[in-house]
Design a protein around this ligand. Structure first.
Ligand code: FE2
Ligand code: FE2
Length: 365
């Protein structure tokens, strides 16, 4: 998909191309000026040059897309002029005009990149056709360049996002072992739910990364609270509940991470509006944050805490059902139950097993 910026750039390049000119080189002043006159009337700006040196000088000034020259222009033989033009101005095509054309010349000229030949005297339609061909070729070239630039730009952005997510994930991992494994599981659950929902692969990836860094704000939560081997006091809860806002602050200055902000800032909003930090309800909370919310909730109730045992699978599913429409998005939660969250971890473990890695290396998985 071509972005707005690229569209503007391409349009600008095409507009610039529309202003580009044709250079006509012929020893005969009547011939060169009548060709230039005809082209100018066809809304293709054209200039005339009287010798090869004159032509090279004008080309060096830029703004041309085509040189129409006789095969033996004054100054430099045609083939030599062709190779000079191709080397110095690869964006300029060359069309030869000749009274009679030697096959050997034509073959060499084509090999060295000439676009076309016009046998003198030629019809004006033939001339117009050659100019049109050069224009089309130029347009294709510009489009290919724009597409290449776009691909390069999105590749660089993807790499920057990956690097930034990896850096944030490393910060979470350094904070505590508990947050690390929690973040990794939330990433897996979130990605599976997003893909079951039929989201595009790049959105599934975004949700996976969002799940991985959703608790980044906990780097600002005191260890004594994070690692407390018992239930939190009301004051400690207040401190704990600051982590979405702290996480949002971490991300705000990083332009490329803005798509991840809702998952960091809003993963503790509840469907019924009773969550924090804003008390958003239902679909006021963006979809990706509602997905991470379910993954986060499920992982919290199925994980061991120093002060309580994890819930067994059947019990955890009962909790999910009970929270549909209260804490959790009812439809998304139903889908999550249907996926079978226990399968997600099993699949993840299988993907990480040495057998799987070997199979993947062999292209088998
Ligand atoms: Fe959280
Ligand atoms: Fe969490």
């Amino acid at each position: 998909m071509v972005g707005e910026l690229e569209r503007v750039e391409l349009a600008e390049a095409l507009r610039a191309r529309a202003r580009e000119r044709v250079l006509v080189l012929d020893a005969d002043p009547a011939v060169r000026s009548s060709i230039a006159y005809f082209l100018n009337h066809r809304e293709t700006p054209a200039e005339a040059a009287s010798s090869a040196e004159d032509a090279l000088q004008r080309l060096a000034g830029g703004g041309f897309f085509l040189l129409i020259t006789e095969t033996l222009p004054p100054g430099i033989p045609g083939l030599e002029l062709l190779s000079l033009v191709r080397a110095r101005h690869p964006e300029v095509d060359v069309v030869f005009t000749a009274g009679s054309l030697e096959i050997a010349f034509a073959l060499r000229a084509v090999r060295e990149g000439a676009l076309d030949f016009l046998r003198k005297p030629f019809e004006l339609d033939e001339l117009a056709h050659a100019v049109r061909r050069a224009r089309e070729r130029r347009e294709l070239l510009l489009r290919a360049l724009a597409a290449e630039k776009l691909a390069e730009r999105s590749r660089l952005t993807d790499e920057h996002v990956r690097d930034a997510i990896a850096a944030l994930a490393a910060m979470i991992d350094a904070k505590s072992r508990f947050t690390r494994s929690h973040s990794e599981r939330v990433a897996s659950y979130s990605a599976r739910l997003a893909s079951a929902l039929g989201l595009a692969p790049e959105l599934v990836q975004r949700v996976r990364f969002g799940g991985r860094i959703h608790d980044i704000g906990k780097i600002g939560t005191p260890d004594a609270i994070l690692e407390k081997p018992g239930p939190l006091t009301p004051e400690e809860w207040v401190e704990m509940r600051r982590h979405p806002a702290i996480g949002a602050e971490c991300l705000r200055g990083m332009g490329i991470l803005q798509p991840y902000l809702p998952m960091v800032e809003l993963h503790h909003e509840n469907w019924d509006g009773s969550g924090y930090p804003f008390g958003l309800s239902a679909e006021e909370t963006p979809l990706e944050a509602r997905i991470v919310k379910i993954a986060d909730y499920y992982d919290a109730i199925t994980s061991r805490r120093p002060y309580r045992e994890p819930l067994a699978l059947g019990k955890a599913i009962d909790y999910l059902r009970a929270e549909r429409g209260r804490l959790l998005d009812p439809d998304l939660t139903q889908l999550f139950i249907e996926i079978g969250p226990e399968r997600v971890l099993r699949d993840r473990a299988r993907r990480r097993s040495p057998e799987f890695e070997m199979a993947r290396e062999r292209g088998g998985a």
